[in-house]
Ligand binder design. Structure first.
Ligand code: ADP
Ligand code: MG
Length: 240
């Protein structure tokens, strides 16, 4: 089976800053892969390149074997790539349900959309708060709402930028269970993550990004045993 996603010699600079530096990355079909690395390593930029929000200076992005480097962002979403960004994307003044309608209405006829929303409310345990303002939810519930919005269109490839940031250990654990269940149903997942217990819970493989380059790659055991990886995290306060 061909990989679901590949980048070949991908490069992006902002002025003098080489934020994505010759990145050759492969995500296997059906894989859960975690992307780690210190703040400023270029993780979020890599996601924006994959979604087409940034244009690379050079290199290529392949999705299911096809070159999508020049494909527009909305087209990539239609082809089955979905992202939950690090910056919150929910409408805080609207209800949970209204947020889901906004995220899903382009993808489903009305009756199917209602059905899908019921499923998502149940799956993300948001049924009891469906009529509440999204901004009044707990932090964890807001993250789950965002995950619901990202998986609503049933993507083949889900990109999650720091899905467990600010969550309690219990919330993090539940988020891991959700991702494992999505993965069992066939979704390939790439997640930026700092919580190593969570990475251990979900990841098949891990890639470490540092100064825009792939610094190390392997299983969670290989990564946590790698002294060079531990060193690049020294001095970080929010990453373990
Ligand atoms: P991470 O998500 O790993 O913390 P980012 O991809 O957000 O890292 O940022 C990597 C570097 O690129 C940082 O130094 C950041 O300031 C810079 N950067 C990101 N986006 C832009 C942009 N649009 N313009 C200029 N610099 C940017
Ligand atoms: Mg980031």
């Amino acid at each position: 089976m061909s990989p679901i996603l590949e980048t070949r010699h991908l490069n992006k600079r902002f002025g003098g800053l080489h934020v994505t530096n010759d990145v050759n990355f492969t995500l296997g079909t059906g894989e859960i892969h975690c992307l780690i690395g210190p703040n400023g390593a270029g993780k979020s930029t890599f996601f924006r390149l994959l979604l087409g929000e940034y244009t690379p200076d050079s290199g290529a992005i392949l999705y299911q074997g096809a070159d999508i480097t020049r494909m527009r962002s909305y087209q990539r979403i239609r082809e089955g790539i979905s992202v939950k960004f690090q910056v919150p994307g929910i409408f805080k003044e609207l209800s949970v349900e209204q947020n889901l309608v906004i995220a899903l209405q382009r993808f489903y006829p009305p009756a199917e959309m209602r059905h899908e929303i019921e499923h998502l409310l149940d799956f993300l345990r948001l049924g009891a708060v469906r009529r509440m303002r999204a901004g009044s939810l707990s932090h964890g519930q807001q993250q789950w709402l965002e995950i619901a919005m990202a998986i609503g269109p049933r993507p083949k490839l889900l990109l999650l930028d720091e899905p467990t940031a600010g969550m309690t250990p219990d919330e993090t654990q539940f988020t891991g269970e959700i991702l494992l269940e999505l993965n069992r149903a066939g979704m390939s997942i790439l997640a930026v993550e700092h919580d190593m217990a969570f990475v251990r819970q979900i990841a098949d493989r891990v890639t470490v990004l540092h100064f825009g380059r792939i610094f190390a790659q392997g299983s969670i055991d290989e990564i946590t045993a790698n002294d060079e990886v531990a060193k690049i995290y020294l001095g970080e306060t929010d990453a373990a």
